[in-house]
Design a protein. Sequence first.
Length: 736
Amino acid sequence: MATYVSWLLFITLTFSLLLCWSGASESDEKTYIVYMGDHPNGGFSASSHHTSMLEQAMGSSKASKSLLYSYKRSFNGFVARLTEEEMKKIASMKEVVSVFPNGKMQLHTTRSWDFMGFSQKVKRSPTVESDIIIGMLDTGVWPESESFNDNGLGLPPSKWNGTCQSSSNFTCNNKIIGAHYYRVAGSFPPGDIPSPRDSEGHGTHTTSTVAGRVVKNASLFDLGAGTARGGVPSTRIAVYKICWSDGCYAADTLAAFDDAIADGVDIISISVGWPFAQDYFKDPISIGAFHSMKNGILTSNSAGNAGPSAGSIVNVSPWSLSVAASTIDRKFVTDVKLGSNKVYEGVAVNTFILNQSMYPVVWAGNVPNTKEGVDGSLSRYCFNNSLDPTLVKDKIVLCDQLIDGQEPLDAGAIGTIMQDSRPMDVAYLFPLSASYLGQTDGAAVYLYINKTSKPTAIIEKSIAKKDILAPFVVSFSSRGPNPITTDILKPDLTAPGVNIVAAWSEATTVTGIPGDKRVVPYNIISGTSMSCPHASGTAAYVKSFHPTWSPAAIKSAIMTTAFPMSSKKNPEAEFAYGSGHLNPVKAANPGLVYDAGETDYVQFLCGQGYSNQSLQLLTGSNTTICTASNNGTVWDLNYPSFALSGLANTAVTRVFHRTVTNVGSPVSTYNATVVPPPGLTVKIEPGILSFNAVGQTQKFVLNVSGVINGNVLSGSLVWDDGVYQVRSPIIASALS
Ligand SMILES: *[C@@H]1O[C@H](CO)[C@@H](O)[C@H](O)[C@H]1NC(C)=O
Ligand SMILES: *[C@@H]1O[C@H](CO)[C@@H](O)[C@H](O)[C@H]1NC(C)=O
Ligand SMILES: *[C@@H]1O[C@H](CO)[C@@H](O)[C@H](O)[C@H]1NC(C)=O
Ligand SMILES: *[C@@H]1O[C@H](CO)[C@@H](O)[C@H](O)[C@H]1NC(C)=O
Ligand SMILES: *[C@@H]1O[C@H](CO)[C@@H](O)[C@H](O)[C@H]1NC(C)=O
Ligand SMILES: *[C@@H]1O[C@H](CO)[C@@H](O)[C@H](O)[C@H]1NC(C)=O
Ligand SMILES: *[C@@H]1O[C@H](CO)[C@@H](O)[C@H](O)[C@H]1NC(C)=O
Ligand SMILES: *[C@@H]1O[C@H](CO)[C@@H](O)[C@H](O)[C@H]1NC(C)=O
Ligand SMILES: *[C@@H]1O[C@H](CO)[C@@H](O)[C@H](O)[C@H]1NC(C)=O
Ligand SMILES: *[C@@H]1O[C@H](CO)[C@@H](O)[C@H](O)[C@H]1NC(C)=O
Ligand SMILES: *[C@@H]1O[C@H](CO)[C@@H](O)[C@H](O)[C@H]1NC(C)=O
């Protein structure tokens, strides 16, 4: 629910941002981010260079006042207040890669580990694990949570180069070793705490999912009771608070990346994104992830909550991991019982136990707030101020829309039943007793109210049930195809993101909605925000066994060991789940990896038409970057999945060059098993790869040809040596 509401809200904000932007007169200043690529080496004073650039654009009197922030620890750039004309002058300077407004991103709002076969007993490397530092770019944390106790953890690893900003009695320990908050431009929203302390809940939840300690008997009022734990309970946490009650700003996000990289984190987890995918170098997450990659740090990000429409995916840079959200085998159901004794099973996480056995039930369309000029055609949807408090007090209200529960609560209702056409695959939280019935059962409840003289109902407390359909990718999870580079498959994979139990902030309530009084240490929420930290924790787990692996190698290990998903449950197939479902245990031992580094990504960017000048700034190199021999096609980027697109009913041939590195048995022979996408021919050369040492590489060529007659034609390549199965999807899609 929160996801839908914030999504609508965000679209409104984005449009208004664009409107005032295009309408800006010369005197109108806006905050811009000027991105300048790699950090220049040696004796370079970033701020004075940035000031002198501003002086060139606007004269010296204004320049120093206009500079708000300099990025200088891990890459080069700054934030400044500029008119449109000044912005254009700066954008044309040769040392500038891109300039973009300081727009606002949104949050992509535990049994889940056991569900993947990642039990508490899995093999671990605790001493190495405790040297791993996870950088969390989010809403901060609630440091007092039991999930962040530092029992048994020694001093931070010596490589740690960060600080703890202990404002508002926030203190670090040997678990949370660093904390910082960012508000580069503008003032803090009213009510927010200028501190790394989390007053939203989201950051506490994601952080404990990645790295929370083992806490027994955690639950939300006994719902989802069990042992709460992160994927890597011994790792250290560095907190970078970039999100406030009004959103997550681009300038703050980049500042956090700038610090996290120089502070020495090993993995970055960020469950935040734009409403639409952006160009790689106008997106702070993609820029930050690029510099992280250069420094050996994998960035794991959420795919977005804008599904199921095609092309809704965000955070698509090939150097980061993009994670979709799927269900686990537990669902929360909430029964609605009518005075007729009929019982309907709805979905919701309902913690309330009502005192009476039955309450009067009314249809919202019959109780409009006529004093406010509202009639039944509006009040049936339970919009703000649409219900007449005298007619709903202590009653249960049937609303013809899935809402957040605020209006029935404000109007004095005791509970709400909702009917809508939205999918019933997520149990949302409400500030009062509530259940969501969908359309058919909702219509039955309506009919009962209509035909009964004194209709009554009761909403039961939720119970957990086994979900036999799991896992499937949930409707809200953003789908491919990748809007920026069609032939890089995104999302990369899926992980649990539905009804996840994890730690919560005690500076807020279960829903954060005014009137909700439930302050809790653990909460149950959903989103790709929740799936991303499962992948981040797995990346740290892999790194604890292979500390020297590159971000691409870790990412490859996670993708090629994912277990295959079925297009029967998700017709969008790989556009919903990428390589498949996260499998943390197997990810630690992939057999082969598709490795890649900065040079590979730069070749890819050359082929995508980025300028020599931009790429020189990115790499910090003076040489001509994009030559004919260094002009990588998208199909040749050493990616662990294969994607091709072409006009429908037209013959295409795509040739993929790949290199795999042996990280399994020293002496091994892998056979290729290819399942071609329907209607296409796949040739692989060679079909057998032999290795005699760990670290040895072998090349192969995959040639896919034929006519693409469909939107999602799925195939696969598996390299198998009898011990390891290294699986990649091959997906073909017709361009419309
Ligand atoms: C200090 O932290 C506690 C939570 O442990 C909080 O209730 C209190 O308001 C904080 N004090 C200040 C000054 O922020
Ligand atoms: C678990 O916690 C609940 C309260 O949340 C309590 O009622 C129950 O006794 C606890 N169980 C155990 C085994 O500690
Ligand atoms: C640690 O941070 C300082 C201050 O930003 C920086 O000068 C130094 O290079 C960093 N050290 C490492 C190892 O990154
Ligand atoms: C149930 O009854 C108790 C005790 O009378 C009261 O405090 C509480 O508010 C009631 N709860 C509801 C949901 O009406
Ligand atoms: C309804 O009111 C609440 C505050 O009472 C506000 O946060 C929310 O945005 C409003 N919703 C709509 C759709 O206006
Ligand atoms: C029942 O539905 C009919 C037809 O729509 C309507 O005229 C009538 O007012 C409804 N009665 C109640 C109690 O909602
Ligand atoms: C980069 O420079 C080389 C050599 O001057 C040139 O051939 C190539 O077209 C340039 N590439 C781009 C993308 O400008
Ligand atoms: C680039 O070239 C300039 C002038 O030729 C030289 O001063 C500078 O050190 C070079 N930078 C790098 C990173 O090679
Ligand atoms: C690189 O490839 C792109 C797209 O295929 C093409 O437009 C460009 O001219 C090529 N550049 C060079 C230097 O070959
Ligand atoms: C790929 O296969 C097609 C169709 O069989 C063939 O025409 C083409 O020459 C092949 N290309 C390569 C590089 O093997
Ligand atoms: C690979 O293929 C060879 C020859 O067809 C066969 O002997 C061998 O058993 C295969 N190995 C595996 C792991 O399938």
